[in-house]
Design a protein. Structure first.
Length: 120
């Protein structure tokens, strides 16, 4: 089963995702509220898949995505956003995202998106 990193500035969302993922048999290797925490944690607890928010208070998830793909090219990245804007989707794909999941989503959608990305 894939080891997952959760990167979102919302602690409530990270906790909810952790509960859903762990109850579905996934291991959450990293939980981070920003890129600095994420990259630091990845050194000790590498993940196979990153669930990455698009918007952070002081940085862009799209920029974080570029850095992930440069440092960890084999790591899959599933972008998570509430903004259904074509330009965000295009930039995510251009920067190497393996998929995009739109909020709000339910457990079945989350698990299906993860399985799609992991099986690529």
């Amino acid at each position: 089963m894939a080891k997952i990193a959760l990167v979102d500035d919302s602690g409530i969302l990270r906790a909810a995702l952790r509960n859903v993922l762990e109850s579905s048999g996934f291991a959450v290797a990293v939980e981070a509220e920003n890129s600095q925490e994420f990259f630091s944690a990845m050194k000790q607890h590498p993940a196979d898949l990153v669930l990455l928010d698009v918007f952070f208070p002081n940085e862009s998830g799209l920029d974080i995505l570029l850095k992930i793909k440069q440092l960890y090219p084999s790591v899959k990245v599933l972008m998570v956003t509430g903004l259904r804007q074509e330009s965000v989707l295009e930039q995510a794909q251009k920067n190497g995202a393996d998929g995009v999941l739109y909020k709000p989503f339910d457990t079945a959608e989350l698990i299906a998106a993860i399985e799609r990305v992991v099986s690529k």
